[in-house]
Design a binder for this molecule. Structure first.
Ligand code: ZN
Length: 436
């Protein structure tokens, strides 16, 4: 359980540490184990299974992949590459093999990064059958010193009709309007991409359910596999999601201590974009604003033409933009309790801004007389003048059409800062809430 805000970073980091050893992929038992873990944290999480071969728009759910063991052994039987030591050593979705082969042939199935000689790369082949091993380039160069050697290559894997597994949690609010939180659980042992995303999402889900008890909105929270998971889910739910979703976020790469990142939705001007930028601007020291051209996760599906959901991303180091990305260097030391907590808090701010984003209407024709209600400061200081200006601006834009976020943007202020003014004006019946 999330007990206090001080410990939330450590709680999320512990979850990531527990889940780190599991060999996840887009299907298979690693995904199930990961979802079972989150179901312990979120008992209402529903786990769904979709049969291989199921059509989803232009895609087909692939066969399920599971792996128990894999290694390359030298002629003396020494395992020189061992899946048990790091699950990144195997190319994801490798087909089974049990063969003695010369180095020349083995080398065609090896993957390494010459520019990062001590990193094991993350490589997959979901839609073309092949096998392969990933190693450090340092090890590969050492193996090349002995080109005549022969090796025993063994992969104990299954690639057969099964299921695609995903988790779905609906937390109802007073309204049918929905906020989408979508995260993915398809990467093997790497921390920022992807364990940080599901861990922050789970902590937010607990907070929404237990502490955001007056919530207006309904929350649709998805733990899916990237691409095929979101495409399948949209193929089933896009109509209701289009009808109800007012804002959505893809949660990934949220655990390191580096500068924040923001990837907008396709239009770049949805409620999700507005609150993400406001929260980042007012609650972080700096952030990198990317464009939709820099997208790379499930916003590709959520924002695709015809789906058109208002979905953006708030991250720390963005996928593809840090050297540790998709390598063994993206390990538990790359993420921190402080990094995770920072992302969690920015997302809380986004959610709070949306929850409080109401359309108001001024109740008087022409400006109300604030002075007779004690709302106009009778002592004129710079500070009190600002409050008065802000109050008048708020009333001026409260036309029954602009919501609070839009008004705050027009005023160049943080929407959260307008709350005390809204409260005062509501108390004096100078504003009324317009039902949307
Ligand atoms: Zn990734």
């Amino acid at each position: 359980m999330v007990s206090s805000n001080n410990s939330i970073g450590h709680t999320m980091h512990q979850w990531a540490s527990d889940l780190y050893p599991i060999c996840r992929s887009i299907t298979g038992n690693g995904v199930r184990q990961t979802l079972d873990y989150f179901k312990n944290i979120l008992p209402d999480l529903k786990i769904h299974e979709v049969l291989s071969g199921t059509r989803a728009f232009d895609w087909v759910v692939p066969d399920e992949w599971n792996i128990t063991n894999a290694y390359v052994a030298d002629e003396q039987g020494n395992k020189i590459i061992d899946f048990q030591l790091h699950n990144l050593h195997i190319v994801g979705y490798s087909e089974p093999i049990d063969k003695i082969i010369p180095f020349e042939e083995l080398d065609k199935h090896l993957h390494s990064l010459p520019d990062q000689p001590d990193a094991i790369p993350f490589i997959t082949s979901y839609y073309k059958r092949r096998w392969g091993f990933c190693i450090t380039d340092r090890q590969r160069q050492a193996l090349r010193q002995n080109p005549e050697a022969r090796y025993h290559v063994k992969i104990d894997s299954t690639l057969a009709p099964g299921n695609l597994t995903y988790g779905e949690l609906i937390i109802p609010g007073k309204s049918e309007k929905e906020i989408l939180l979508s995260t993915y659980i398809c990467h093997p042992s790497m921390a920022n991409d992807d364990l940080s995303g599901p861990c922050v999402t789970a902590a937010l889900a607990q907070w929404i359910k237990n502490e955001l008890s007056n919530r207006q909105n309904t929350y649709r929270i998805l733990f899916i596999t990237e691409t095929i998971g979101s495409i399948y889910y949209l193929s089933k739910h896009h109509q209701e999601m289009k009808k109800n979703t007012i804002a959505g976020f893809v949660l990934t790469c949220m655990g390191d201590d580096n500068v924040y990142s923001y990837v907008p939705s396709r239009t770049g001007y949805t409620l999700a974009d507005q609150v993400a930028q406001q929260a980042l601007k007012h609650h972080t020291s700096n952030y990198i604003a990317y464009t939709f051209l820099d997208r790379g996760s499930d916003e590709r599906q959520y924002c695709s033409p015809g789906i058109d959901l208002p979905v953006c991303s708030v991250m720390r180091s963005k996928y593809g933009a840090y050297p540790e990305y998709h390598t063994s260097l993206d390990d538990l030391s790359f993420i921190s309790p402080v990094g995770l907590k920072g992302s969690y808090e920015v997302m809380q701010k986004c959610i709070e801004l949306i929850e409080k984003n109401v359309v108001y209407r001024s109740t008087t024709l022409c400006e109300p007389q604030l002075g007779k209600r004690g709302l106009y400061p009778n002592l004129s200081t710079k500070e009190s003048k600002n409050i008065a200006f802000n109050m008048m601006n708020l009333i001026a834009y409260a036309d029954g059409k602009n919501d609070l976020i839009n008004i705050s943007e027009k005023m160049g202020t943080y929407a959260g800062d307008l709350e005390p003014l809204v409260t005062a004006l509501l108390e004096h019946n100078l504003l009324e809430v317009v039902d949307q």
